[in-house]
Design a protein around this ligand. Structure first.
Ligand SMILES: C[S@@+](CC[C@H](N)C(=O)[O-])C[C@H]1O[C@@H](n2cnc3c(N)ncnc32)[C@H](O)[C@@H]1O
Length: 288
């Protein structure tokens, strides 16, 4: 009897869970799910990505920056393609647990003319396949709610960030998404139902446990957006420690001494006309 009741409860839980999850919210595992979410991302959610990329690039001064950016759980990669268009010198990695998205993503990046600045890596947020201090920025939209062990995932993100690097992780929309578009998106789909305040508490607790002090939780509420859920975002930074600062200074110093040793200006008869070792580097070797 007891066995029957527990089986019934388990069965009920499985059915309820299945019914609760829509294409945009379920964990996307099969190639059919992949195609379904790809469609959602390229129709209903499509207007979300360009403003979100604009927000990220402006807020974190990425337009002229060089380095690696990771979009964790990027799926179809729409956000990365928009980020590429707005950052001329950064390389972006689509790190997702579902590699079924990658062929379409890489094809679209190629078609958008940014194929040479993107890559795709099969990655679980909880065990990131990147070395320490690797990325300038890690962004993620609509994925963290699927991470089983969020504490572990956030500690991995922290580990992979460069000192001075930034994480911007959340779900929903950026504040600059026009309210009428946000309202339309929310009215069109079943839309994710979750408690923003509860999520804020959960994220705050994780930051406290991980002893990450430099963080902000952002709940966008642009004027006129009453009744429209814009979602929730967590921003945190990895501080630059004294050790990292000293290492960077050392690196800089060795670069300069190498350059200084090599900077001479030559005339066409090969005689040295100016030795710039005691000056700022003003030209590359052999350039007159
Ligand atoms: C709802 S989709 C969001 C996709 C994309 N960020 C967007 O906004 O269009 C969730 C994504 O998170 C990925 N994902 C789920 N769990 C993950 C994990 N543990 N590690 C990495 N990615 C994960 C899924 O494969 C999927 O691509």
């Amino acid at each position: 009897m007891r066995f029957r009741i527990s089986t019934a409860i388990l069965l009920w839980w499985c059915i309820a869970r299945h019914l609760c999850l829509s294409a945009s919210e379920s964990s996307i595992n099969t190639s059919e799910d992949t195609l379904n979410f790809w469609r959602v991302a390229n129709t209903r959610l499509l207007p979300v990505y360009a403003p979100l990329a604009e927000h990220i690039v402006t807020e974190y001064n990425l337009a002229e920056k060089k380095g690696i950016g990771i979009d964790l759980g990027s799926g179809p990669g729409n956000l990365i393609i928009e980020l590429c268009k707005k950052t001329q010198r950064m390389q972006w990695i689509n790190a997702d647990i579902n590699p079924n998205f990658f062929p379409l993503f890489l094809k679209e990046a190629e078609e958008a003319g940014v194929g040479h600045r993107v890559s795709a890596v099969h990655a679980d947020a909880q065990v990131l396949p990147f070395e320490n201090d690797y990325a300038e920025i890690i962004v993620s939209r609509g994925s963290f709610q699927f991470w089983d062990d969020k504490k572990l995932a956030f500690s991995e993100i922290y580990r992979v960030l460069k000192p001075g690097g930034i994480a911007f992780i959340g779900r929903g929309f950026s504040e600059n998404l026009p309210v009428e578009i946000a309202r339309k998106i929310r009215n069109q789909g079943k839309g994710p139902k979750y408690d923003v305040a509860k999520t804020a508490n959960e994220l705050q607790e994780i930051m406290q446990v991980l002893e990450i002090n430099d963080y902000r939780i952002l709940i966008p509420k642009p004027p006129g957006s009453e009744g429209v859920n814009y979602g929730i975002w967590l921003e945190f930074r990895k501080p630059v420690t004294k050790k990292h600062r000293l290492n960077n200074l050392k690196k800089e110093a060795s670069k300069n001494s190498y350059r200084e040793k090599n900077v001479y200006l030559y005339a066409s008869d090969n005689t040295v006309v100016r030795d710039t070792r005691s000056h700022d580097v003003i030209a590359e070797p052999m350039l007159v």
